[in-house]
Design a protein around this ligand. Structure first.
Ligand SMILES: Cc1cc2nc3c(=O)[nH]c(=O)nc-3n(C[C@H](O)[C@H](O)[C@H](O)COP(=O)(O)OP(=O)(O)OC[C@H]3O[C@@H](n4cnc5c(N)ncnc54)[C@H](O)[C@@H]3O)c2cc1C
Ligand code: SF4
Length: 550
């Protein structure tokens, strides 16, 4: 085999496509099952609302948490609450709710919302310009072409006049129309200092390459049953298969990467659905398991000379973990906005996205309208979270308020700190007897200042749009509930301060590459990460071809 790719999410899928279309033979090993969007997603069934993503995994991924951060009285306004249930976390520490991910062919893009963002150019220089995190060893300009390629594979819909990101090409498709709820926010934007744009989305505003346009059902997180959402299975991996050079093997968990001589790895050991183990050799191994499972797999693999922890010469595998800093405020608007339909985040504000945009904290954030992310597109959740009570009065209130929810969310920069890292949990094993990943994550003062800013702006936007009463708010202060994870195998020029070089190649192990958000030296100011992961994978694939030819 030329190349083994471990994991088939944003990084693995884009790697498989970029390599196989150059005629390189690729084997993708994926721990989770394959999903058929036409059969496995349940949006057409009466009970569609009861389940988030329809998880088919027989053995969900196990992970644990380290010590949780104490909560402080002075930050009570950042606590998660709902007007029916009160405070959601009544304890005095953060609660480890969830690391959101999907194990499956397509990885976490199967349940992603489909935002397709390029990083702010300034986000590549966080250390040299702002004294935090680390610089990326490449610039926005180095990635621009590959961003454009990834956008074409996925079929991104967006507004060409988008001024903050220099572009060499138009978006493949025009932007989606803004939903009525989003139009309300835009119409009242003069009451705040936020400017709103059409969001760039990996959901199709028109038919594209055999996939239909979106029907605005507002449920991308439950898996798109039409294949118009550009998850990796229906885009990169579909195209990779068509080359005839890519084989995708689901239900195949890689147990370890096997090291060899001359600073090269030999291949991998994996276990298939029947429980049989296999050794496969390859000229190149790419790790793309996501920023929690990638460091785990590296730490579980050995160097062949007694050292545990492959590619860990710097000691940084698992360090510099960054989670998702997020906030959502939701209220009822006096008008029926029909806010259960549309696209989850059709408009976005980049006004505070630059690393120096918020006056009292380094690091940016963005704002978006997110009814579906609040999961209030159906009556069951509505009744649980928005309208209390029983009987006729409840029915009446449901009729009066359904479709009135307006919610504004924000995602902000997360920066590394010494208390945030992924380690092996030696006292907890998976079904194969391997230590599971232990997540330790703390927010520092900068993060909390940014979160306060994000929360206040969300409230301000709701008030400016005519919402008089907020009924629910939730965010990262009192819950670990991460959808984007970063940083645990940082890229850089200096082998002492990074795990991989600018081409995602291990500094020591010349045929070992890491292509997922583990390599991000900083998280960006709330941009969704998949397009950057995909662009990096395409760039790395060109380098791997040179490596294989050398
Ligand atoms: C609710 C939600 C909404 C999101 N919305 C967006 C969005 O709008 N836009 C965006 O860009 N991002 C979004 N994200 C984030 C996005 O899904 C992830 O950032 C992205 O999928 C990460 O890609 P990855 O390749 O790093 O990892 P993943 O996509 O998680 O893929 C890793 C894969 O590796 C497999 N794997 C792990 N270990 C092994 C092993 N040992 N052997 C074999 N296989 C293994 C896993 O099963 C998994 O399939 C969202 C995430 C969530 C949870
Ligand atoms: S809103 Fe569009 S992209 Fe999302 S699940 Fe529905 S049809 Fe698919």
């Amino acid at each position: 085999m030329d190349v083994i790719v471990i994991g088939s999410g944003a990084g693995g899928g884009a790697s498989a496509w970029a390599l196989s279309q150059q005629g390189i033979n690729v084997l993708v090993l994926e721990a989770g099952p394959a999903y058929d969007p036409y059969k496995d997603y349940h949006l057409h069934q009466p009970d569609w609302e009861l389940e988030r993503f329809p998880d088919k995994q027989e053995h969900p991924l196990k992970y644990s948490f380290g010590e949780m951060q104490p909560l402080e009285k002075r930050y009570d306004r950042l606590r998660t609450w709902n007007h029916i249930r009160g405070l959601t976390n009544r304890s005095d520490t953060r609660i480890p709710y969830k690391y959101h991910h999907v194990q499956g062919v397509g990885g976490s893009t199967l349940h992603f919302t489909g935002e397709a963002h390029r990083l702010h150019p300034k986000a590549f220089q966080m250390r040299s310009q702002y004294g935090v995190a680390a610089d990326w060893p490449l610039s926005y300009e180095d990635l621009e072409n590959d961003y454009a390629k990834a956008e074409r594979v996925v079929g991104v819909s967006g507004e060409d006049k988008f001024s903050q990101r220099p572009r060499s090409t138009d978006f493949p498709l025009p932007p989606h129309p803004a939903s009525y709820a989003s139009q309300k926010i835009i119409a009242h934007s003069h009451n705040t200092d936020l400017k709103w744009d059409f969001n760039s989305l990996a959901t199709l505003s028109a038919p594209y390459e055999g996939r239909p346009g979106c029907n605005y059902c507002n449920n991308c997180g439950r898996g798109c049953p039409r294949k118009d959402k550009g998850s990796v299975d229906v885009t990169f991996l579909h195209k990779a298969r068509l080359t005839g050079h890519c084989q995708i093997q689901s239900n195949s968990t890689v147990l370890r990467i096997i090291s060899g001589d001359n600073d090269r790895v030999e291949g991998v050991e994996y276990i298939d659905k029947t429980g049989a183990t296999h050794l496969v050799k390859a000229k190149v191994v790419i790790v793309a398991c996501g920023a929690i499972e990638t460091p785990r797999l590296l730490l579980l693999s050995d160097t062949g000379d007694g050292e545990q922890g492959l590619a860990n010469e710097s000691g940084l595998v698992g360090q510099n973990f960054m989670e998702t800093l997020s906030w959502v405020s939701a209220g009822l608007h006096p008008e029926n906005l029909g806010s259960y339909r549309g696209l989850p985040t059709d408009i976005i504000s980049w006004s505070y996205n630059a690393p120096d945009a918020i006056s009292n904290a380094i690091g940016g954030c963005r704002f978006a309208v997110g009814t579906s992310e609040s999961d209030l597109a159906g009556p069951v959740n509505y009744a649980k979270r928005v309208v209390a009570g029983w009987g006729l009065a409840h029915k009446q209130k449901m009729r009066e308020t359904f479709g009135h929810v307006l919610s504004v969310g924000s995602i902000g920069e997360s920066l590394p700190n010494p208390n945030s890292f992924i380690a092996l949990d030696e006292s907890n094993k998976d079904r194969f007897g391997r230590s599971i990943a232990k997540i330790s994550s703390f927010l520092n003062e900068g993060e909390i200042s940014r979160l306060k800013f994000m929360a206040n702006k969300c409230r301000e936007v709701l008030n400016a749009t005519g919402v008089t009463e907020i009924f629910e708010e939730y965010g990262s202060y009192d819950f670990f509930n991460s959808t984007h994870v970063f940083g645990t195998a940082r890229m850089g020029n200096d082998p002492a301060e990074s795990v991989v070089n600018p081409y995602c190649q291990s500094h020591r192990w010349k045929n070992l590459f890491i292509v997922d958000s583990s390599v991000f030296p900083s998280s960006g100011g709330g941009e969704a990460p998949s397009l950057t992961i995909e662009a990096l994978a395409i760039r790395t694939a060109r380098y791997i071809r040179q490596y294989l030819n050398s």
